[in-house]
Design a protein around this ligand. Structure first.
Ligand SMILES: *[C@@H]1O[C@H](CO)[C@@H](O)[C@H](O)[C@H]1NC(C)=O
Ligand SMILES: *[C@@H]1O[C@H](CO)[C@@H](O)[C@H](O)[C@H]1NC(C)=O
Ligand SMILES: *[C@@H]1O[C@H](CO)[C@@H](O)[C@H](O)[C@H]1NC(C)=O
Length: 474
């Protein structure tokens, strides 16, 4: 039963995973629907295992009826007695399935059990059949037990032909092994992720496909490559290179979708990050950022750049060599790209902090060789001097004018992260000094309202601490 339940969970999981991809596949639709119904039925049956009745041992006074204890437990916790068409003695602690006949053997003083006439058909001999699940009388009461004892005393136990019985069971319920085979056959009709990806890549790579079809294929791929294995399969299938090549296609919608797939595939996936860098992705992404594109495309491209650089010092030094900081500086200052500004400084801030954290970790850990290697790689990423050179000491303060708390918070954190390199410039920036004292006033008031509702360390208090820290350090 545990096995069946796990199998059901597995099947339902597979349904969840494949459902989205299958939506448009009408040919499989019918078999999927049937398969879904059968899985749901089997799984639903399995969950409703009959409530077991355990008969408490140690009651001497049989004439007063049984002292029973009804327990609504999971039947897996109990040793469940499997009645047959013959009377069998019940051992202490054994639970009796609902619908069984129970009688007292007056000679031995022990309880004996056999199948109930009606329910009998549902119990197989080997207990290895689905039919053993009794769905019709999930529980029975002490009253019913007494009633069936009374019937037995009245001699109502007609013997049932056991051979006939078993055949009936066979006819009604198929063994689990057989059902499993059927499910496996159905399983083969459902494509695996690898098969789905192969089909999508073919659709995408086919010169006869329309742009719409190609975009659909890319968006379906994007959904799949969130899984680490699928992203790695995308690489081994040659799909990564196809996606990278499409970054400089002439259709902006294809560019956008390709950047989206790329960003998702490399997120937290170091081996795929390496492949993307070696496939020349970074150069193409920077070209998209440096040339005129709609903001929607740039958003996805920035996402891909950020995912590619995260925790990957090799890509970060590559980014510096390709003039990535300059590309971001120009983008930041291009009118109309305001919605992208906070994303841009987030990319830069994350790189600064990553390097800082890795050197701090080095101070309290016993350095091992891989840590030394990481330190060496991050040492090659010399971002802060480039930021100063590209004018970021005066670009970041511009973001403090934003009405968004989130944007101000990011700006303040970045300003603090660049303090050592930018301090002189900050001090000579009257606009920055003015914004900081304005923000200090605003957040002091906001903190009061936060405290009125009982919040001591709220979001505004956090921002105020950043502002105060800036003021002190200047
Ligand atoms: C594209 O369509 C043409 C004509 O319909 C067909 O001959 C060709 O095999 C197709 N190409 C691919 C790659 O499917
Ligand atoms: C894409 O199509 C070309 C021929 O049109 C083929 O050589 C190449 O292997 C295909 N790539 C993938 C990843 O399917
Ligand atoms: C994209 O760039 C590659 C090389 O960087 C080039 O071979 C290819 O022709 C370009 N594709 C388009 C559609 O411009």
């Amino acid at each position: 039963m545990i096995y069946l339940r796990a199998y059901c969970d597995f099947l339902l999981y597979k349904i969840m995973m494949t459902r989205r991809i299958m939506q448009k596949k009408w040919r499989l639709g019918l078999s999927i629907a049937l398969w879904l119904v059968s899985v749901h039925l089997i799984c639903a049956h399995n969950e409703k295992s009959p409530t077991a009745l355990s008969i408490k041992e140690g009651s001497d006074d049989h004439s007063k009826g049984e002292e029973t204890l009804l327990e609504d437990e999971d039947s897996e916790d109990l040793e469940v007695f499997r009645p047959t068409d013959k009377w069998q003695t019940l051992k202490p602690g054994q639970a009796v399935p609902a619908g069984s006949h129970v009688r007292l053997n007056l000679q031995t003083g022990q309880r004996e059990v056999k199948m109930g006439e009606e329910e009998g058909l549902k119990y197989g001999r080997d207990g290895n059949r689905l039919g053993m699940l009794n769905l019709h009388s999930p529980s029975f009461t002490a009253e019913e037990l007494k009633e069936s004892l009374k019937k037995l005393k009245e001699g109502m136990d007609d013997p049932v032909d056991s051979k006939q019985d078993e055949n009936a069971v066979r006819a009604q319920f198929r063994p689990i092994e057989e059902l499993k085979k059927d499910m496996e056959a159905l399983d083969m009709l459902v494509e695996t992720d690898v098969q789905v990806m192969r089909r999508l890549l073919n659709q995408f790579n086919n010169t006869n496909s329309t742009t719409e079809e190609k975009i659909t294929a890319l968006l379906d791929l994007e959904y799949l490559v969130h899984q680490v294995d699928n992203a790695q399969n995308l690489v081994s299938m040659g799909g990564m290179q196809l996606v990278i090549n499409v970054l400089n296609s002439t259709d902006i919608r294809l560019q956008e979708s390709a950047a989206f797939v790329l960003g998702s595939a490399v997120s937290s996936n170091p081996s795929v990050q390496v492949e993307a860098i070696e496939g020349g992705a970074l150069q193409k992404l920077l070209t998209l950022l440096a040339t005129q594109r709609p903001i929607t495309v740039k958003k996805k491209v920035l996402f891909a750049v950020a995912s590619l650089l995260r925790h990957f010092p090799f890509a970060q030094s590559h980014f510096l060599k390709l003039g990535g900081v300059q590309v971001l500086s120009e983008l930041f200052q291009t009118p109309g790209t305001e919605p992208l500004r906070v994303r841009i400084i987030t990319v830069l801030y994350d790189m600064i902090i990553e390097k800082e954290l890795i050197s701090q970790v080095g101070m309290d850990l016993i350095p091992d060789s891989s840590h030394q290697e990481r330190l060496r790689q991050y040492a090659e990423v010399s971002l802060l001097p480039v930021l100063v050179e590209q004018g970021w000491c005066s670009l970041v303060p511009e973001l403090l004018a934003s009405p968004e708390h989130d944007c101000r918070e990011k700006a303040l954190r970045t300003l603090l992260a660049m303090m050592a390199q930018c301090q002189t410039q900050y001090k000579q920036n009257p606009a920055l000094t003015a914004s900081l004292s304005e923000l200090q006033k605003q957040y002091q008031e906001l903190v009061l309202t936060e405290q009125e509702v009982g919040e001591q360390d709220g979001y505004f208090a956090e921002i105020l601490a950043l502002v105060d820290s800036m003021v002190v350090k200047m």
